[in-house]
Design a protein around this ligand. Structure first.
Ligand code: URP
Ligand code: ZN
Ligand code: ZN
Ligand code: ZN
Length: 460
């Protein structure tokens, strides 16, 4: 039996905080309380006074070792999950892509082969549906039985990832029958493609054009349409990567009407604005991700949505490509730049530094949107997302008086840039435990190789 006592820290949940000890026995949290006068036998004591003891981060939107736009994301499950770990994230739910022409269970199996023995933190999968072949919906039950109880559909990227509205309706109905939920990428792909083609014809080929091709209304329209289609299908939906004020308004109006719709935003929409697209040369390609970064007004609306609870989750949408590769593939046509940005490593630090330390959200809200709410949304709670007896001992120790410096030169993610280059943020994640094992310490991975487990999730 292995015992660790995290002593005297401020233990924080989504509902409140208390100064106490946390007793970890093997891979579980055994008890939370005052152990100062309790004989515990042999125990490793960790002084957490003056520091926060929080549930490990749960990032439900990552694309590790995934085919995308003719290439593959830069992190494999080793570098991607080590990056997550050093950044305080102890669970991911990653998108298993369905390459066109491939069956769902085969695609899932292929993703398992990439993760198994390489991932260092626990992981689940969502299944992307990009090709609704004859009989595909009949296989949804098998996907759910395999522990994958959420799908993703794309309303953009016609010709590669996009489903049309009728297919989305079919997916929603079939998912509902097997107790799975559906994540929706809400952008009007056909309108975007036409705007983009017109811009190229007008000679606007550079990376900053990506923003102009995807105006806010292309997201808002798709969110409104998806809400109505989900109402028609009678199926709950979860919007990924929301970026606009109008989307938050549509989401909260639907929630006020009692519709079962939820949504996330991502670190980069909350912490960065569109000014990246004003940077010189090819640098705007750092933020060629979808939807694009928006203005300050949208950013403020997203923070209000987080505070009000209409947006319940903050994910990274970690979808890393080297800048060098973005330039090689899309240097003369922004439409060919692989879409996505890195960030699984920085999500917790940026949300703490920009959110909590700068007074935009409470510490409890931080715990909720980065850990507890995503765990609840995707069937991982209370195994994950909670520092309570019986939960997995996935715990981070954060020093509010420390500092986090971000730089591509020192990051674990396998890419050549950071969206947050040179940032120095208040707060520092000193220690990260996964199932009772210390896996990261002072920004370095110190755990065993390949120790992550696949988490089969139950149906709703
Ligand atoms: O830019 C992004 N988000 N790329 C990844 C694919 C997606 O839509 O999530
Ligand atoms: Zn998406
Ligand atoms: Zn994504
Ligand atoms: Zn590279």
């Amino acid at each position: 039996m292995n015992k660790i006592l995290l002593e005297g820290g401020t233990v924080v949940s989504s509902a409140g905080r208390t100064t106490c000890d946390v007793l970890v026995v093997d891979d579980r949290i055994e008890a939370v309380g005052d152990f100062s006068n309790v004989p515990l036998g042999e125990v490793e004591r960790v002084d957490c006074r003056g520091r926060y003891v929080l549930p490990g981060g749960v990032d439900v939107h990552t694309h590790i070792d995934s085919p995308m736009m003719g290439t593959n994301t830069a992190d494999d499950f080793e570098s991607g999950t080590k990056a997550a770990a050093v950044g305080g994230t102890t669970t991911i739910v990653d998108f298993a892509m369905q390459p066109a022409g491939h069956r769902l269970l085969d695609s899932l199996e292929a993703h398992h082969r990439k993760a198994q023995g390489k991932a260092v933190i626990d992981y689940g999968f969502h299944m992307c549906i990009t090709d609704l072949y004859e009989g595909a919906t009949k296989e949804f039950a098998d996907v759910a039985t395999a522990g994958v109880t959420s799908f993703k559909v794309f309303m953009a990227y016609r010709g590669s990832l996009m489903l049309h509205d009728g297919e989305m309706y079919d997916v929603l109905r079939a998912a509902n029958r097997v107790g799975s939920q559906v994540c929706v990428h809400a952008e009007n792909g056909d309108v975007i493609d036409r705007i983009a083609d017109d811009l190229i014809a007008a000679g606007k080929t550079g990376p900053a054009t990506h923003e102009i091709a995807r105006p806010p209304s292309t997201e808002v329209e798709a969110v409104q349409r998806a809400i109505m289609i989900s109402k028609l299908a009678g199926t709950p939906i979860y919007f990924v990567h929301l970026s606009t004020e109008g989307a938050v308004a549509a989401l909260s109006a639907a929630q006020a009407d009692g519709l079962p719709v939820a949504g996330e935003s991502c670190t980069h929409y909350l912490a960065l604005d569109r000014s990246v697209y004003d940077e010189p040369g090819f640098l705007p390609a750092k933020a060629v991700l979808t939807p694009p970064l928006r203005t300050k007004e949208h950013q403020d609306a997203l923070w209000r949505g987080i505070a009000a609870g209409s947006l319940s989750v903050v994910s990274s949408d970690h979808c890393p490509f080297c800048l060098e590769e973005k330039q090689r593939l899309g240097g003369d046509d922004f439409r060919k730049i692989p879409n996505g940005g890195p960030g699984v490593e920085q999500r917790m630090s940026v949300m703490y530094g920009r959110g909590v330390a700068e007074g935009r959200i409470t510490l409890e809200k931080f715990v909720d949107v980065t850990s507890t709410a995503p765990a609840k949304q995707f069937g991982l709670f209370p195994k994950k997302g909670s520092v309570t007896p019986g939960s997995d001992a996935d715990i981070i120790v954060l020093d509010p008086n420390g500092e986090t410096a971000i730089s591509a030169a020192t990051q674990t993610q396998a890419v050549d840039y950071s969206l947050y280059e040179g940032w120095k943020l208040p707060g520092r994640i000193d220690a990260v435990y996964s199932r009772g094992e210390l896996i990261a310490s002072n920004g370095k991975y110190v755990g065993r190789e390949g120790r992550g487990n696949f988490i089969a999730r139950a149906s709703l």
